[in-house]
Design a protein around this ligand. Structure first.
Ligand SMILES: Cc1cc2nc3c(=O)[nH]c(=O)nc-3n(C[C@H](O)[C@H](O)[C@H](O)COP(=O)(O)OP(=O)(O)OC[C@H]3O[C@@H](n4cnc5c(N)ncnc54)[C@H](O)[C@@H]3O)c2cc1C
Length: 395
C-alpha cells in the first residue's frame, strides 16, 4: 500500500487551493483519503509572499480572507482619459498568499499532513508514484502515493510559437495625505511610455485612503532589472499625480504568457497543476481562478474514485483567441495600449471581465472583437491559422 492516497507538491496557489478542498472531499467519501502537502522549508527554493487578485461574484470560498475588494474599476488610456465602471456582476478581490497559507495550515482536514520537504525526483509507476525528497536536516526521504499533483514551476516552459512574459514590480506605498479612493481599483493605466512590442501599464490597488499597491507591468520578451522597475514606478507615480510615497514593501515577478500547450497528465499516477498545468490564462497572466476550477474538478474526481486528471481550465477557443492576441502584440502589429483602451472603453467592464475569465458566450465575444483594431487582429488571425495548419501538416 502507498504511504498516501494523494501527495500535493508545492504549497503555492494551486497546492493550497487543492489542500483546502480535501476536507470537503473526505466528508463526501466513505473512507478518508490520506494526503500530504509537501513544501520546502522557507528559503531559496520558496517564492516570496505575493498577492493574488481575481474576480468573481460575492460569496466566494476565500471571501473571509480577503485583504481588499473593489466593486468599481477604472482604466486610464494613454491620453489620460479615465473610464470608470462597476465590475458587476463581479467584485475584484485581493488575497495575500501568507493569509491563505496560514488559513490552510490552521484549518486543513485532519487527514492532510503538511511536510517540509524539497522534492528532487518523481517517478511514475503502475500502482503508485514515488517521490524522492530532502528533509529539513538534509536527510533523504522516499514517499509513495496513488496520485501525485505537482505544482512546481515548469522548467523549461513547454515550447510554443509566442513566448512573452508578464513582468512587473510593485510597491506597497503609504502617503502622508489622503491620495487614494479605496472604492475603486485602477486595473490598467496606459500612460507609461510604451515599448515597441507588447504593452506597459501601471495599476493602483488602494488598501485605504493612504495606502495602496502600485505596480508597473509590461507584457514583453525581456524583464527589466530592479533599478529599471524602480525608475518606471517612480515615473508612473509622477504621471498618476501621487504625492511623495513611502515604500513599505515590494513584490516582483514574471508570469509566462505563451500559446504553448500544457499537458496536465504527466504519467499514470502523476499530474501537473497550477501554472505548470496550464492554469495561467495566456492573454492576461491571471492564474488564481483557473487554479480554483482545476481544484474543483480534481476534488469531484477524488470523491467518486475516478482518475483525477486536472482539466486545463480554459476553453480551446479562448486559448486560440489568446494565441492570436499574443501574436499581434509580439509582432508589433497591434499597439497594446490602443487594444486595451478600446476594449475597456467600448464595452461593459463586467463583459470584458467575463471574457478574460472564460465565462462569456461566443456572440458577446464577437461583438467585443469589433471594438479592437479589426484589420490588425484579422491579419494576426490569418497568420495564426496558417501557422497552425502548416505545423499540423508538416512532417
Ligand atoms: C508576484 C506575483 C504576483 C502574482 N499575482 C497574481 C494575481 O494577482 N492574480 C493571479 O491570478 N495570478 C497572479 N500571479 C500568477 C500566479 O497566480 C502565481 O504565480 C501563483 O502563485 C501560481 O500558483 P502555482 O501554485 O502554480 O505556483 P506557486 O504559487 O509558485 O507554487 C509553487 C510551489 O512549489 C513549491 N516548490 C518549488 N520547488 C519545489 C520542490 N522541489 N519541492 C517541493 N515544493 C517545491 C514552491 O515553494 C511553491 O510554494 C502572480 C505571480 C507572481 C510571481
Amino acid at each position: 500500500m502507498a504511504d498516501y492516497d494523494v501527495v500535493i507538491i508545492g504549497a503555492g496557489a494551486a497546492g493550497l487551493t487543492l489542500a483546502d478542498r480535501m476536507g470537503e472531499v473526505n466528508q463526501r467519501r466513505d473512507s478518508p483519503l490520506r494526503v500530504a502537502l509537501v513544501e520546502p522549508p522557507r528559503g531559496p527554493h520558496t517564492p516570496p509572499p505575493r498577492t493574488w487578485c481575481f474576480w468573481e461574484p460575492d460569496g466566494g470560498p476565500w471571501d473571509r480572507l480577503l485583504a481588499a475588494r473593489w466593486e468599481d474599476l477604472s482604466v486610464v488610456g494613454p491620453d489620460g482619459a479615465e473610464y470608470r465602471s462597476s465590475a458587476a456582476p463581479y467584485v475584484y478581490k485581493m488575497l495575500r498568499s501568507a493569509d491563505v497559507q496560514a488559513h490552510v495550515r490552521a484549518t486543513a482536514d485532519e487527514h492532510v499532513e503538511q511536510r517540509e520537504l524539497y522534492v528532487q525526483r518523481v517517478a511514475d509507476g503502475t500502482d503508485h508514484a514515488a517521490l524522492t525528497a530532502l528533509g529539513p536536516d538534509g536527510d533523504r526521504v522516499v514517499l509513495t502515493a496513488r496520485w501525485v499533483f505537482d505544482s512546481r514551476p515548469p522548467s523549461p516552459v513547454p515550447a510554443g510559437r509566442t513566448h512573452l512574459l508578464q513582468h512587473f514590480r510593485g510597491w506597497f506605498v503609504r502617503t502622508a495625505e489622503d491620495s487614494f479612493d479605496p472604492d475603486a481599483a485602477v486595473l490598467m493605466d496606459l500612460r507609461p511610455p510604451q515599448p515597441r512590442h507588447g504593452v506597459a501599464f501601471g495599476y493602483v490597488l488602494p488598501l485605504s485612503t493612504r495606502e495602496a499597491l502600485v505596480e508597473y507591468t509590461e507584457f514583453g520578451r525581456t524583464p527589466l532589472t530592479t533599478p529599471e522597475y524602480d525608475l518606471a514606478l517612480k515615473d508612473y507615480c509622477d504621471r498618476a499625480g501621487l504625492p511623495e510615497v513611502e515604500v513599505t514593501a515590494t513584490e516582483q515577478g514574471r508570469i509566462p504568457m505563451t500559446d504553448a500547450r500544457f499537458a496536465t497528465r504527466a504519467g499514470r499516477r502523476l499530474f501537473r497543476v497550477g501554472t505548470a498545468g496550464g492554469a495561467t490564462r495566456p492573454s492576461t497572466g491571471y492564474t488564481f481562478s483557473g487554479v480554483g476550477r482545476q481544484a474543483a474538478a480534481i476534488a469531484e474526481a477524488l470523491v467518486h474514485d475516478r482518475v483525477p486528471v486536472p482539466p486545463v481550465p480554459h476553453r480551446p477557443r479562448h486559448l486560440a483567441m489568446d494565441a492570436v492576441m499574443l501574436r499581434a502584440l509580439d509582432s508589433g502589429r497591434v499597439s497594446g495600449a490602443d487594444f486595451f483602451t478600446r476594449l475597456f472603453s467600448a464595452n461593459r467592464f463586467g463583459d470584458v471581465l467575463a471574457f478574460l475569465d472564460g465565462e462569456s458566450g461566443l456572440a458577446r465575444e464577437l461583438a467585443m472583437g469589433w471594438s479592437t483594431p479589426v484589420a490588425a487582429m484579422a491579419l494576426s488571425t490569418a497568420d495564426h491559422l496558417w501557422y497552425s495548419l502548416s505545423s499540423r501538416f508538416s512532417p
